[in-house]
Design a protein around this ligand. Structure first.
Ligand code: PLP
Length: 464
């Protein structure tokens, strides 16, 4: 067939829109998105004809299938569910911590109803949004007062701005941390209007380094937890209680950016020592800041706990309004914190903690179950059990190698990178896997809900 015949053989837009399958898609998506999809599809076909890439007229049913797929894809929300089969638990790009069921229910409730956000039911008077989590945070951490803002970066910025704007803030060179590119301690200090005074060296900073740096214009002594790296070997840093003693002697507030928000000693679960928020508070530090969505396992939030006087000053700071937390986050945070009243329950029901503390044998059972399901799908799918390492992620517990059993998968005639790509792009819910030593791995540790079913269905689709 020559090109002009091929062009004429293409259906027109109205033919496509009259198709019952397309009609259904119009109901499900919208007329605009289907019309757009049909125009795009016809344009692509015309280009292919022009380039001589097509010599036979395409089947009408194939055109309809492309149009409906295209329309469905275009009408998908941009922010949507995906499957994390990487074994990286607090995966920042994939949304960090998953919420516990209780927290999800709380979010849904306040999202669709009016709430007590800033309303006191008893007195019918205006209340404060801080009340919903403040007493819980005090109870759990031993602090006198608490305040919650948008995220930990905001918390750190606000504390520095409040105590050290146009003043000096002393920090050890060994703690000038960068977290994921956009959070760098020196930059945050500059933004907050503080003059950074770096002391000590990369590996060693002494208490006298701090003492020598104190001037009449010192506003803050800072300590930053090196959440995402460790300096090991010939190292030294003063303890937090020593720094607090120094601060008290000179009347200077001491802040600690604790980072992870861990509230439970994870050593009991075979994980490396990570200082808890309670320990920081007990050292007598003026304020401690941490994230809500790292090891705490709640929503994105910045938690500030500490001395009543300092928190009262922070609450009055203009940034408190600019950085304030929204009601859905507060609902999720309150519900998450309530679970910590029973630490064992917290470990079981907070997904981040449950995934992190899952035993090696439980992980092996899950991997075996997944491998068995995949084995039954098609003989062209090969599966192997691979013992590997899962990671806390999110810049937390950098030294924790969590032994984890994974399922290595391969499909005959498909390279590992083709398979990895197909799992992302052809699955109804994109599956993010990991390639190691030339094999695609699924780590069931980070799988939730019906993820396994989706994986099995997608593998079935890929061998068809
Ligand atoms: C993660 C982290 C931050 C940034 O917290 P976000 O909640 O991501 O804003 C700041 N400081 C430390 C030490 C951290 O670990």
């Amino acid at each position: 067939m020559d090109k002009s015949q091929l062009y004429r053989a293409l259906p027109n837009i109205d033919d496509i829109l009259r198709d019952p399958q397309v009609g259904k898609t119009i109901d499900q998506c919208s007329r605009v998105s289907v019309l757009d999809a049909a125009r795009t599809e016809l344009e692509i076909l015309r280009q292919k004809i022009g380039a001589g890439a097509i010599t036979e007229p395409p089947a009408f049913t194939d055109i309809v299938r492309s149009v409906t797929t295209r329309a469905h894809l275009a009408s998908q929300r941009s922010l949507h569910r995906i499957i994390n089969a990487t074994g990286i638990i607090i995966h920042t790009n994939l949304g960090r911590s998953l919420l516990a069921r209780e927290a999800i229910e709380a979010v849904v409730e306040v999202a669709g109803s009016y709430s007590t956000l800033e309303y006191d039911v008893e007195s019918a008077a205006r209340g404060s949004r801080h009340t919903h989590v403040e007493s819980l945070l005090c109870e759990l951490t031993g602090a006198e007062a608490a305040l919650v803002v948008n995220n930990n970066a905001a918390a750190v910025m606000m504390v520095i701005a409040c105590f050290a704007k146009d003043k000096e803030a002393i920090v050890s060179r060994g703690e000038l941390v960068e977290i994921g590119g956009s959070f760098r301690v020196p930059d945050v200090m500059a933004q907050s209007g503080a003059h950074m005074v770096e002391i000590g060296t990369t590996n060693k900073t002494h208490l006298w380094d701090f003492e020598n740096a104190i001037t009449p214009n010192t506003g803050l002594i800072m300590r930053v937890h090196t959440s995402n790296y460790r300096v090991v070997g010939f190292t030294e840093a003063p303890s937090l209680p020593q720094m607090v003693e120094l601060g008290t002697k000179h009347g200077i507030p001491v802040m600690e950016d604790q980072g992870s928000g861990v509230l439970i000693d994870l050593q009991a679960y075979g994980l490396p020592y990570e200082p808890t928020v309670q320990e920081s508070v007990a050292s007598g530090v003026t304020v401690v800041t941490c994230s809500g969505d790292k090891l705490l396992g709640g929503p994105q939030a910045g938690i500030i706990v500490g001395k009543a006087e300092a928190i009262a000053r922070l609450k009055k700071h203009p940034l408190a309004r600019a950085l304030r937390i929204d009601k859905m986050t507060l609902a999720a945070l309150e519900a998450t914190l309530r679970l910590y009243r029973d630490p064992e329950k917290a470990v079981r029901s907070i997904p981040t903690l449950a995934a992190l503390t899952m035993s090696e044998s439980a992980s092996k059972e899950r991997a075996e179950a997944l491998a068995t399901q995949l084995f039954g799908v098609d003989k062209r799918i090969q599966t192997t059990l691979v013992k590997d390492i899962a990671r806390a992620g999110g810049g937390s517990l950098p030294l924790a190698d969590v032994p984890s059993w994974t399922v290595g998968v391969a499909i005959e005639g498909m390279s590992e990178s083709e398979l990895e790509q197909a799992l992302r792009l052809q699955s109804e819910i994109p599956i993010v896997s990991r390639i190691k030593d030339g094999v695609v791995l699924f780590d069931p540790r980070t799988l939730v809900a019906d993820d396994v079913e989706v994986i099995v269905n997608t593998m079935r689709l890929l061998v068809q």
